[in-house]
Design a binder for this molecule. Structure first.
Ligand SMILES: Cc1cc2nc3c(=O)[nH]c(=O)nc-3n(C[C@H](O)[C@H](O)[C@H](O)COP(=O)(O)OP(=O)(O)OC[C@H]3O[C@@H](n4cnc5c(N)ncnc54)[C@H](O)[C@@H]3O)c2cc1C
Length: 368
């Protein structure tokens, strides 16, 4: 016991804890102290001791968006608070509040089973509810910001609780205020979503299922589903994801390692002269509309996966650090790679993409 606060601390606290089971890259790293609050009351109690605990805090969910490059010399707070509440609205919609420690995919499954539409395209994304707004998780044409009503959080230093509406969260592509000015300063306690109820005549309001992204329609066609409901869409998304993405239980990874870069129109035109096959999409969309004119509209997205593949990294392996053979956006730990080896690989990829295309890739993953 090297600190007085340890004597007073009201919760079970472990020291020198291996974080290997608590993050999806699976590196052997240690936390100096580790605590796992199971209720929001425990989270708030813990913050009463903040002024005494003079070391960094790390708020951890499932660790599916983190690369540890070294041991964490501070207190890891693994959020494990559970609970779901809902209130039906007169207009046929429903407001659902989930505690931060709820598992994201189990929450999506619960909503689909209740007949509440909106989250089905975000099925099978690893992680917790509390982390979902942090990087505005997105997949198959849906971003969580489309469904978030409000985010309730507590400030770590003052213990003051606040609730931000969607606008206050400053959501952007894999971005939010929680990744910027509030990074490391708050703990998200719960998130409220505004979902649409399935009624006998269809889904409430103007909501319609989103089937036009990725291979959803194709998957439904293969399953002979002509008129899908949200459960079939969830199942289709799960099947596609299981085929396309490496399971972190088998190969350590954190999903897409890089964001798709935003490129100025002039740069895109210049690159298209050199690489006519280069794919690109309007900034706000996941998919280019054929013939769509983006002149004078500023920026376009270029798929980072294509840039990385063009530089010959797909399937590359150096020891146990590598680039997945089928998904060039996914960096993988085949077993005993260290965080520094993955970081080194990341830097080599960034510099080779920059040398060839003049585009700087940014990591989506939090590097610690
Ligand atoms: C196989 C795989 C596929 C993936 N696919 C997708 C995808 O399709 N789309 C997508 O957007 N992402 C995807 N991801 C990334 C990841 O699933 C998400 O970013 C997820 O939201 C991370 O949740 P987590 O609980 O694991 O957060 P962690 O990795 O534990 O934490 C991520 C960040 O959020 C902070 N944080 C966590 N909880 C809280 C809280 N309660 N309060 C405040 N801050 C908090 C942490 O401090 C950290 O900065 C994928 C990852 C993997 C491994």
């Amino acid at each position: 016991m090297d600190y007085f606060w340890l004597l007073l601390f009201p919760m079970h606290l472990d020291q020198k804890v291996s974080l290997k089971p608590f993050h999806t890259f699976g590196m052997e790293v240690q936390a100096r102290y580790f605590v796992e609050p199971h209720t929001r009351e425990e989270i708030l109690t813990l913050l009463n001791y903040r002024s005494m605990i003079r070391m960094p805090f790390l708020i951890l969910g499932c660790g599916s968006n983190i690369l540890f490059t070294k041991n964490f010399n501070g207190l890891v707070i693994r959020i494990n608070s559970k609970g779901i509440e809902y209130k039906e609205q007169d207009d046929g919609t429903v407001k659902v509040t989930a505690e931060a420690g709820e598992n994201w995919d189990e929450f999506v499954q619960y909503c689909v089973a209740q007949g509440w539409a909106g989250l089905e395209n975000l099925s099978l994304i690893p992680g917790t509810v509390g982390a979902a707004p942090v990087q505005d998780i997105g997949a198959y044409g849906v971003e969580v910001k489309d469904l978030v009503e409000s985010v309730h959080f507590v400030e770590i230093d003052t213990g003051i609780e606040r609730r931000f509406n969607r606008e206050q969260c400053c959501f952007g592509y894999r971005d939010s205020i929680f990744k910027n000015s509030l990074k490391g300063k708050v703990i998200i306690l719960d998130v409220t979503f505004h979902l649409h109820k399935a009624l006998p005549g269809g889904i409430s309001g103007t909501y319609s299922l989103k089937l036009d992204y990725g291979q959803i329609r194709e998957e439904l066609r293969l399953k002979n589903i002509g008129h899908p409901g949200m459960a079939e869409v969830r199942e289709a998304v799960c099947s596609i994801r299981r085929r396309k993405l490496p399971d972190p239980v088998e190969i350590g990874n954190a999903g897409s390692f890089f964001k798709n870069p935003l490129v100025q129109n002039e740069r895109k035109d210049h690159l298209l002269e050199l690489y006519p096959m280069m794919p690109w999409y309007p900034e706000q969309k996941d998919k280019q509309q054929p013939g769509e004119d983006t002149e004078n509209k500023g920026r376009v997205k270029v798929p980072a996966a294509w840039l990385i593949e063009q530089c010959g990294w797909k399937g590359y392996r150096d020891g146990d650090a590598g680039v997945h053979p089928h998904q060039s956006l996914v960096l993988v730990n085949y077993g005993n790679a260290t965080g520094m080896q993955i970081l080194d690989l990341m830097n080599r990829i960034i510099s080779s993409v920059y040398s060839r295309f003049g585009i700087t890739l940014e990591p989506e993953v939090n590097i610690l």
